[in-house]
Write a protein that binds this ligand. Structure first.
Ligand SMILES: C[S@@+](CC[C@H](N)C(=O)[O-])C[C@H]1O[C@@H](n2cnc3c(N)ncnc32)[C@H](O)[C@@H]1O
Length: 311
């Protein structure tokens, strides 16, 4: 297909988004607070669903409980063979933390674990990629022990199309609306192709309520990666590197073109026109950065939603 990424086949799911910048997604003080609020030190076993390279469980393992008769146990499930295989570095990382570590290949809609197995079942940016989040949440509940905690970290990604920067803050309203429309249609097309809803975060608390979880608690991550000259902090360097890779979501199978095509001729025409009209934008950003004139607070909307399985 015309716009399909030729090299994408060899890559694992989300691989373009597993750069160093992902290590800067959280403030340590926020995680400490989260761990205290949820009493994570009383959770000894954790399942990370859609674990990828385990960026999320690598952080959470630091707050889990551990004792001589109950060592910490971290399990990860991913449908991508590459991530389910793991790596020596990953195994060494968890071994150093004194945690038992296991990865399995499996579909989140049918988790390869017995009922009532884990104290904590969690996911980070998984539900936004699955076709049936309600079924996945039901599965997460099934493998959770009664009284155990579900913890879902999922964004609204649409808001980013309205984030201002020093360059864009005076752009014409119609242009800003074009960016919002692009983001919205992109999400609709992705969903239509069964690739999930990129802003599902808004709906997760309600989905937990429908699944009869108790003590539902909804927070927002307090992380913002602000960009301002000279862009030289480790998180700014990693984030800028990510931008240069391209900041739009592409799955291993589909590109933006496919998502717009799935919606119909009118949407595909909008796509073609948008690509043509705004082709200069990356170059404009690059120019401003090189001139030390780009800045933005870098806000994002990442929901942190938890609940407990009834006893
Ligand atoms: C955006 S990545 C997030 C990875 C990891 N949770 C993190 O935050 O770094 C989404 C992950 O979900 C996995 N995934 C997508 N659909 C899945 C499914 N139906 N079952 C299991 N894993 C799935 C992908 O392979 C990928 O590793």
């Amino acid at each position: 297909m015309k716009y399909k990424k030729a090299e994408s086949k060899a890559k694992g799911h989300s691989e373009d988004f597993f750069g160093d910048y992902r290590d800067f997604w959280w403030n340590e003080s926020f995680l400490k607070l989260l761990a205290r609020r949820l009493s994570l030190n009383e959770c000894y076993s954790m399942l990370d669903v859609g674990c990828g390279q385990c960026h999320w469980s690598r952080l959470l393992v630091n707050y889990l409980g551990s004792s001589d008769d109950r060592p910490t146990r971290v399990c990860g499930v991913d449908s991508d063979r590459k991530w389910a295989k793991g790596s020596r570095e990953l195994r060494e990382y968890f071994a150093k933390k004194g945690a038992e570590f296991e990865l399995k290949k499996g579909d989140a809609h049918e988790l390869p674990y017995e009922d009532n197995t884990f104290d904590l079942v969690t996911c980070q940016t998984l539900l936004i990629h699955v076709p049936h989040p309600t079924e996945v949440i039901a599965e997460m509940k099934r493998v959770l022990r009664p009284g155990g905690i579900i913890l879902c970290v999922e964004p609204n990604n649409l808001v980013q199309s309205l984030t201002k920067s020093s360059i864009s803050s005076n752009d014409p309203v119609d242009e800003i609306l074009d960016h919002v429309k692009y983001a919205l249609l992109f999400e609709r097309g992705k969903k239509k192709l069964g690739q999930g809803d990129n802003s599902l975060g808004d709906l997760v608390p309600g989905l937990l309520a429908q699944a009869n979880f108790e003590n539902i608690d909804v927070r927002l991550s307090d992380k913002a990666i602000a960009m301002y000259p000279p862009y030289d902090t480790p998180e700014q360097i990693a984030t800028m590197k990510q931008w240069r890779l391209g900041d739009r979501w592409n799955s291993t199978e589909y590109s933006d073109y496919d998502y717009f095509k799935a919606l119909g001729t009118e949407e595909l025409d909008f796509y073609e026109e948008y690509v043509r009209k705004y082709a200069h934008l990356s170059e404009r950003t690059e120019r401003y950065i090189n001139a030390n004139k780009y800045h933005s607070a870098g806000g994002a909307m990442m929901y942190v939603v938890s609940g407990t399985k009834p006893e």
